[in-house]
Design a protein around this ligand. Sequence first.
Ligand SMILES: Nc1nc2c(ncn2[C@@H]2O[C@H](COP(=O)(O)OP(=O)(O)OP(=O)(O)O)[C@@H](O)[C@H]2O)c(=O)[nH]1
Ligand SMILES: [Mg+2]
Ligand SMILES: [Zn+2]
Length: 364
Amino acid sequence: MSAERDKMTGRLRKYHSNFYYVEADGVQYECALRGLIKKEGTEPLVGDFVELDSVQPQSKTARIHRVLPRKNTISRPKLANVDQVFVVYSLKEPEFDPNQMDRYLTHIELAGLKAILCISKTDLAATQADLSRIQTLYGEQLGYTVVFSSVRQPETLQVLSKLAEGKISVLAGPSGSGKSSLLNALNPALQLRVGEVSEKIARGQHTTRHVELLTLFADQPDTLIADTPGFSNLKLNYVLPDRLRDAFREFAPYQSACAFSDCLHVDEEGCAVLAHRADIAESRYQSYLNMLAEARQHKEAVNSTSQKAEFGYKQLDRKGKDALRILRLKEKNRDASRRVVRQQVSQLEGDLSEDLRFPDVDAE
Ligand SMILES: Nc1nc2c(ncn2[C@@H]2O[C@H](COP(=O)(O)OP(=O)(O)OP(=O)(O)O)[C@@H](O)[C@H]2O)c(=O)[nH]1
Ligand SMILES: [Mg+2]
Ligand SMILES: [Zn+2]
């Protein structure tokens, strides 16, 4: 007799070598995936609540049957239902790079998540002036929570554990900034691998590889945290320029006074942000310009995709199909994101006869 249980719900904590590790009722199950889940378009992400079936309590195995609705997702690393992200940056080893740090912050802002800035390794010859400059810009002016930490100074870690309490947090930041070391210092039982900075740079390798939600403290089951590897590709090539602009908090007080409502604050006439350049940190503005170039490339790609789609609809028109809807789509598509276009196309595709083929909007 198999002791198979029917359904239960748990949280996906780790994905490794094609297996999903789900915690349900305090037990970790090694799970495979129901075959059709990926085809249905919902790949489970670490952090997801999932419904299990074929639960085998003895072997602690099960199958993920369904992914429950999630409140948010982030893509680098792929995680769901995250409350906040600690952006861990050191001033030295590796050297501080404010533009790269702004990229992390912008990704988080765009994902609608709370970012906390953690400046690490403060024992390494950081001057008080360096620290207060960061505190003034990112803390006072931009309104982020900023913490300074060093694993050599355990008292600096208490603030971090307080901020993590009861939340799902992610540690992000460049390779070698000390993310895994911080977690080990908070809870030595975690025994995460840490590496030498020089070694990492030389081999271009990360010490932390897979994504896992860890229980930070044994007596706090609701405090979960994910260590992540540092990412080198932080391109903003998935967002349109106006959304990127809105992710820069320092523009907000001025931008309603710009002469054009679609002002990107670069060289436009009557730009209120440019008129206040002196009040905006130069490094932040440079970060914005760098990312804007990528967002503009994305916009071009989207536009050429929707032009292709438009062309497809025109072809259909000639065949006497629903001319009104085609016109409407044509208007709408001009600025629509690639995903929206794709959705509209597949919607239409459903309605139309099989011999009609659409332009290849899915091609990457
Ligand atoms: N001086 C000093 N060194 C530190 C501190 N924290 C970490 N380190 C050192 O920095 C190096 C890299 O630390 P890791 O914790 O592996 O860095 P990481 O951010 O997890 O790196 P990836 O996993 O590659 O993304 C190790 O040699 C640590 O000993 C600190 O507070 N002070
Ligand atoms: Mg690490
Ligand atoms: Zn402007």
